[in-house]
Design a protein around this ligand. Structure first.
Ligand SMILES: [Zn+2]
Length: 270
């Protein structure tokens, strides 16, 4: 059976998603079913009780208000000497997002000419170093705890896993996925991680994981469906899905994927 992008495009357009506040990053994240789902920005499970307000929320609010400079300043401040894996993970997602925005702002209109804007490229490289550093720290910190403490929180392990995925350390990610599967008896976290892994690595599991996640109304699954379709060479279907998705939800990795799809399409025209 093949996943039909057009069918899911119709389903996506018919949704009236319900907003919920992510307890980690403070984003107003959308769920198609109204049931708790994974945050569109930080990809953590939003259906948990919010603890004390996270220092990251203020940074995300600045980013949402387009005060990028201010957000960047606050983020740099928060990153200094920070050894809290949750904060470092959120900062990693933040810098990763910003690096994509910076890199793309070199010029959408002149995309065919590939005239790089040196300032934006430099800013983007600087941000890339920062997101990599954040994710590497998450891996080291959570990894150290894992050795000494079996009762580690699935949330932390998911953050480590997502950090490994973003750094394309797939062998490590596979090991972390197995740890998560043994820790997370209810399967909420490990099923999401399995979806991410199988789509990123294009394994046989991808279809089954996508069907389950799409069936439960997980909005982020539409991003992974688009990625899956793009890997199958169905660029047009992937592009339509991402465009439709972006009218209701801002899934953080969507922008980068859409950009790469358009670049590929552009290149094939030349
Ligand atoms: Zn979040």
């Amino acid at each position: 059976m093949v996943l039909d992008g057009r069918k899911y495009l119709k389903l996506l357009a018919s949704y009236r998603p319900v907003a919920q506040k992510c307890p980690y990053c403070g984003t107003s994240t959308l769920s198609a079913s109204g049931r708790p789902s994974f945050c569109n920005f930080c990809e953590q499970f939003a259906g948990v009780q919010a603890g004390a307000s996270s220092p990251f929320e203020a940074i995300k609010a600045q980013l949402d208000a387009n005060s990028t400079e201010a957000a960047l300043k606050s983020a740099d401040q928060l990153m200094k000497g920070n050894m809290d894996p949750e904060q470092l993970y959120l900062l990693g997602v933040f810098y990763l997002n910003l690096s994509t925005i910076e890199f793309q702002s070199k010029d959408y209109n002149q995309m065919g000419f590939m005239e790089p804007n040196a300032d934006n490229i430099r800013a983007s490289l600087d941000l890339t170093m920062k997101w990599k550093e954040c994710f590497f720290k998450v891996i080291r910190i959570v990894g150290g705890e894992l050795q000494g403490n079996i009762q580690v929180d699935p949330t932390m392990v998911l953050m480590k896993f997502m950090s490994e995925i973003r750094l394309q350390r797939y062998v490590d990610a596979a090991t972390t996925l197995r740890t998560l599967q043994s820790l997370d008896k209810r399967g909420t976290y490990s099923e999401y991680a399995l979806l991410v892994y199988s789509v990123e690595k294009d394994t046989k599991q991808a279809q089954a994981s996508l069907l389950a996640a799409l069936g439960s109304g997980e909005m982020n699954a539409y991003y992974y469906l688009a990625k899956y379709l793009a890997k199958q060479g169905k660029l047009k279907e992937a592009e339509s899905l991402l465009s439709t998705l972006s009218t209701s939800v801002e899934v953080s990795m969507s922008r980068e994927l859409l950009y790469r799809i358009r670049l590929t399409e552009e290149a094939s025209k030349m």
